[in-house]
Write a protein that binds this ligand. Structure first.
Ligand SMILES: [Mg+2]
Length: 141
């Protein structure tokens, strides 16, 4: 099993089979959602108190991080199966939504960090209260 040869549906079926073999068929969806957050927190623990330079050297933590990512994925597949959610469709819809929210005309590598940050916070300010960075002026340097 690897990313190139495995479909999302196969992952869902593998999780379903694993759970059925153990009689874990009546798990509360709320508990699965909570467990996703808890496993995501376990993933974060590997980055807590670690300097960015240390994170870049992933040979030390790669296996442990992969296990936590797999924990999150396992539970996500379980929840998607329980809610009958087509994750590939949901993913594509999200990518389309994000592309509309962050248009290439404003978010592309030709923009400065300042321009990108301002554009980002202009968008955020439409959905949240105004953020001070949205109107920040370019710093002289
Ligand atoms: Mg874990």
């Amino acid at each position: 099993m690897n990313d190139k040869q495995t479909t999302v549906q196969e992952l869902k079926e593998r999780v379903k089979q694993f759970r059925a073999e153990r009689g874990w068929t009546d798990t509360d969806q709320k508990d699965v959602a909570i467990s996703i957050c808890l496993e995501a927190a376990e993933l974060l623990e590997h980055f807590q108190w670690v300097k960015t330079e240390e994170v870049k050297d992933h040979s030390r933590w790669r296996q442990a991080v992969a296990e936590e990512m797999a924990d999150v994925l396992f539970l996500l597949m379980e929840l998607a199966e329980q809610f009958d959610i087509d994750l590939a469709k949901a993913f594509q819809a999200k990518v389309t939504k994000q592309a509309n929210k962050y248009p290439l005309s404003e978010f592309n590598p030709s923009k400065s960090k300042q321009e990108l940050r301002q554009a980002y916070y202009r968008i955020k300010s439409k959905t949240r209260t105004d953020h001070p960075f949205a109107e920040e002026k370019e710093h002289d340097s």
